[in-house]
Ligand binder design. Structure first.
Ligand code: ZN
Length: 171
């Protein structure tokens, strides 16, 4: 007996013509710099479809399976759009493939990213929270510290327009 599949089929609703267009635009290859994979590639969303990402070719990219997984693991961060230019970064913000990457802080940030996702936060909001706390992360900070700061960022109440949210400054 077959178990019901719980896997999200993220690519099912990209129309064949759009898929062909993106595949052709990307030369049938994974767009990640330094990757020349042309097999096991698929057209993927830059902003996940489940989180409101559109099927506009601007939001679509050809990726190999390994780099697609890296994005969901948070070790590869893609931003921008297909026509305005795509940016590929390690979790620590350095350009993807750069020798200046800090493996330690990249791992820390990616671990915190995955923890946020597993807590139920969306990939897009988790990525934004990690990007916001990233400048304040020191080389010795643990994933737990980063996670705590990112959670504070994500759960901070939205300020009402006119109220003085900061109140009187503490002496
Ligand atoms: Zn690739």
């Amino acid at each position: 007996m077959r178990k019901p599949s719980t896997r999200r089929r993220t690519t099912q609703s990209i129309s064949p013509s759009v898929r062909r267009l993106v595949h052709h635009r990307d030369d049938g290859r994974c767009r990640v710099p330094g990757c020349r994979h042309a097999v096991f590639v698929d057209v993927r969303h830059i902003d996940p479809k489940a989180e409101g990402g559109s099927h506009d070719p601007e939001n679509l990219i050809t990726l190999c399976a390994a780099h697609h997984r890296a994005i969901h693991r948070g070790t590869l961060v893609v931003s921008g759009g297909a026509s305005v230019g795509l940016e590929f970064r390690h979790a620590d913000g350095t350009a993807y493939g750069s020798p200046r990457v800090s493996p330690r802080s990249s791992t820390t940030l990616a671990t915190a990213f995955r923890a946020l996702c597993s807590l139920g936060f969306r990939e897009t909001e988790s990525r934004r929270a990690i990007a916001n706390v990233h400048p304040h992360v020191g080389a010795d900070d643990s994933a737990e510290t980063v996670l705590r700061r990112a959670l504070a960022e994500l759960t901070r109440p939205t300020p009402p327009h006119s109220a003085n949210i900061f109140g009187p400054k503490a002496a």
